[in-house]
Every structure is written in structure tokens, then in C-alpha cells.
Write a protein that binds this ligand. Structure first.
Ligand SMILES: O=C(O)C(=O)[C@H](O)CO
Ligand SMILES: [Mg+2]
Length: 257
């Protein structure tokens, strides 16, 4: 059975952000991920990780002004300086948390514009080369447009093209099974084909994005496939609990007993 990381942006939201670390550890998690740490000091987060014996698996570069609709800058025209700033901003958090994987959001832009594909590629290569010196992977994640209208990276084929054009061993795919199912389906075959590119996996039930025990996907089967494909990383539990985080953890107990 794969190892699971609690996503503290979606789970344990009954607690204040910094208290979610202890709550996740008390619930049996040994690893966490979240979208953004930037509202808190790096040393505060590091303290919560070490006090609770948790591994930090992943977080994102800053998306910019989320409330104003910004979703990262990697593919956004005229925002190259802003993108580079997000890498600088992430560094104290990378060092403090010892995270090995960072997700760069593409932002909202037109994916059919070849100039923007070139810009995206250039920005990703620039950031990946800097992160490589610190032994950190940079990830890109196709996100479905129902959840994030206008998002540039909304296609697994485009992600594959970008990764192969970049040819950077530390630039990899964040394979969110929820988004894959909404965008294209054919999850097991895609996992098989894309496994050499995958740096991180996330899960949720489809279509409601609740626990992975209800909906159109058979996660028991998919976890078996992921094991069979020798995926050694964590799986991020990036779902919105149906009725309370703790109450909803029955799926994890059943799968891991
Ligand atoms: O939405 C997702 O699936 C993510 O993993 C992103 O990090 C942020 O939206
Ligand atoms: Mg995701």
C-alpha cells in the first residue's frame, strides 16, 4: 500500500493552519503537504513539522493574489519577474522544511498560443535549474478547467510535451488522479505510461472531490497499480472531507490495515 500525506489546505481545516500539523500526526499521518506556507514564518512551520515528526512532501510556489484570480505566473505574459520572485520567496521555506518537491502553477493563459508555451518552458527550465542545485524537484500539474477556469495547463499531453522539451531530470509531473479523471479518464493506463515522468501523486473521489472511497473511481485497484509500478513517493490526500476530517478517515484505516 502506498504512503499517504495529509493535504493541510483541504484536510484538518477544523483547526487553525499551524495546529493542523499536530492534528494530522495525531490522526496517524507521517507526512503533510499544502498549497501555500507563505502566511506563516518558515521557522514556525519547521517547528510544527519537527514537533510532530512529520515529513514535508510538497508545497506550491506563491500563486500571486489568489483572491484576485491569480493562479501562478509560469505561463503568464509580462509576469516573468513575478515568477522569478516566487522562486526567491519559496527558498526560506524550502530550507526550513527540507521539502524536496515544489509545484509551479502555470497561471491562467491561452495554452494554444505558441509564444506562451515557449515562455512557460523557459520559466520552468530556469526554475528547475536553480532548484536542481538544491536537490529539489519542480512539478507541473494539469488541472481541470471546471475547478480552475482558464488555467493554462489543462491537458496531460501538453504537460508531457513540456516535460520532454525541457529535458530536465528534476522537472516532473504532479499526477492528480482527480484532475486526470475529470479531464480524460483512462487513469490506470495513464499512470502506467506516465510513471517515468511522475514526481508526485494526489487523490480525491470523483466527481465531488471528497474522500477517495465514493464515486466513479476504484481506488483500491489504483493503489495496487501504483504499488505495482514501484511508485515510492507519498500520495497527497487532496480532498475536501464530506463531514469532518477525522470522521472521514475510515477509508484510510480500511485500506492500510
Ligand atoms: O488544485 C490542485 O489539485 C492542486 O494540487 C494545486 O496545487 C492547487 O490548486
Ligand atoms: Mg492537485
Amino acid at each position: 500500500m502506498p504512503r499517504f500525506a495529509a493535504n493541510l489546505s483541504m484536510m484538518f481545516t477544523e483547526w487553525a493552519f499551524l495546529d493542523r500539523f499536530a492534528a494530522a500526526a495525531d490522526a496517524g499521518f507521517t507526512a503533510v503537504e499544502y498549497l501555500f506556507p507563505y502566511d506563516h514564518r518558515p521557522d514556525e512551520i519547521a517547528k510544527r513539522l519537527s514537533a510532530n515528526g512529520l515529513t514535508q512532501v510538497l508545497f506550491n510556489l506563491s500563486p500571486g493574489d489568489w483572491a484576485a484570480g491569480e493562479r501562478g505566473f509560469a505561463a503568464c505574459p509580462g509576469r516573468q519577474a513575478a515568477f522569478r520572485d516566487t522562486v526567491a520567496t519559496a527558498f526560506p521555506y524550502i530550507v526550513a522544511t527540507n521539502v524536496r518537491r515544489i509545484h509551479a502553477m502555470s497561471g491562467c493563459a491561452d495554452p494554444t498560443d505558441p509564444k506562451l508555451r515557449d515562455l512557460y518552458l523557459e520559466n520552468l527550465c530556469w526554475a528547475a535549474d536553480i532548484l536542481a542545485r538544491h536537490d529539489v524537484e519542480l512539478l507541473i500539474e494539469p488541472i481541470n478547467p471546471r475547478d480552475m477556469p482558464g488555467y493554462f495547463l489543462r491537458d496531460f499531453d501538453l504537460a508531457g510535451e513540456i516535460l520532454s522539451a525541457a529535458a530536465r531530470s528534476n522537472l516532473r509531473l504532479q499526477f492528480d488522479i482527480y484532475h486526470r479523471q475529470v479531464l480524460r479518464g483512462d487513469v490506470a493506463t495513464a499512470l502506467r505510461e506516465l510513471m517515468p515522468l511522475i514526481g508526485h501523486i494526489q487523490i480525491a473521489g470523483v466527481p465531488q472531490r471528497h474522500e477517495p472511497d465514493l464515486g466513479e473511481l476504484n481506488y483500491a485497484f489504483l493503489f495496487g497499480e501504483i504499488d505495482r509500478l514501484n511508485y515510492l513517493g507519498f500520495i497527497g490526500c487532496e480532498y475536501r472531507p464530506r463531514a469532518g476530517t477525522i470522521e472521514g478517515l475510515g477509508w484510510l484505516r480500511r485500506m492500510t490495515r
